[in-house]
Design a protein around this ligand. Structure first.
Ligand code: AP5
Length: 216
């Protein structure tokens, strides 16, 4: 299964991606997670990327596309993948098309999860992430067993630096200007599936799996 998961910041892409990747036994490839890992590992590219992330801006295409190319060449991606947060503008979508053609691969589906801004803002405000493994929680909707502590590795749960209100507003503006047109790009190819992102995590998960089951 080769899937792209799209949607505005905070709509729940990462949360759904973890469930889908596990179900279909495919790697969950989040460009945001890759940049955060590269930063943790103290790499130059990680430091450059984090400058953009902290301002709520997109990391330049030449860096992002190169990282995706490398990741796609890894062995675990040869039988399928789920991209979360890529492509994020038309130039990236075209570069990805080119890369897929080079590999002789076709996408099974592009899934767009949509929700109004007020839902997104509430989700981002309540999001907490494990500072060690990056697992995602919510103070109301996905609580850890022990408050402030990751269920998976006991790491401390913190807010992401780019989840500050002013940065979130900039991320939403950039999403409208640059990422929303990518939905139109895939629509014109007939490969987009629209999902209502206002429902619960489990409901969204089962809806996506049902749609994918009907398509493939
Ligand atoms: P990235 O890490 O990809 O962030 P994002 O796209 O802004 O998405 P988020 O991680 O904020 O949200 P999400 O949709 O995954 O929601 P989540 O599942 O956490 O990118 C960060 C930055 O990296 C970008 O701003 C950019 O700078 C850079 N970058 C990344 N990719 C790039 C690219 N391709 N090109 C250039 N730059 C790039 O859920 C949110 C919260 O809601 C959680 O607390 C969760 O528990 C809760 N929740 C989820 N689903 C539900 C539900 N159904 N009901 C109730 N609560 C829910």
């Amino acid at each position: 299964m080769r899937i792209i998961l799209m949607g505005p910041p905070g709509v729940g892409k990462g949360t759904e991606a973890v469930l889908l990747a596990e179900h279909y036994h495919i790697p969950h490839i989040s460009t945001g997670n890759i940049f955060r890992e590269l930063y943790k590992d103290n790499t130059d590219v990680g430091k450059i990327a984090m400058g953009y992330i902290d301002r709520g801006e997109l990391v330049p295409n030449h860096i992002t596309n190169e990282i995706v190319r490398h990741r796609l060449m890894e062995d675990d991606a040869k039988d399928g993948f789920l991209f979360d947060g890529y492509p994020r503008n038309i130039e990236q979508a075209k570069a990805f098309d080119h890369l897929l053609k080079e590999m002789g691969w076709k996408l099974n589906a592009v899934i767009n999860i949509a929700a109004p801004d007020e839902v997104i803002i509430e989700r981002i405000a309540g999001r907490r992430v494990c500072e060690t493994c990056g697992a995602v929680y919510h103070i109301h909707n996905k609580k850890p067993k022990r408050e402030g502590i990751c269920d998976l590795d006991g790491g401390k749960l913190v807010q992401r630096a780019d989840d500050m209100e002013e940065t979130v507003q900039r991320r939403l503006r950039i999403y409208c200007d640059q990422t929303a047109p990518v939905i139109g790009y895939y629509k014109s190819k007939g490969s987009i599936v629209e999902i209502d992102g206002t429902k619960s995590i489990q409901y969204t998960d089962s809806t996506i799996k049902k749609v994918l089951g009907e398509m493939n």
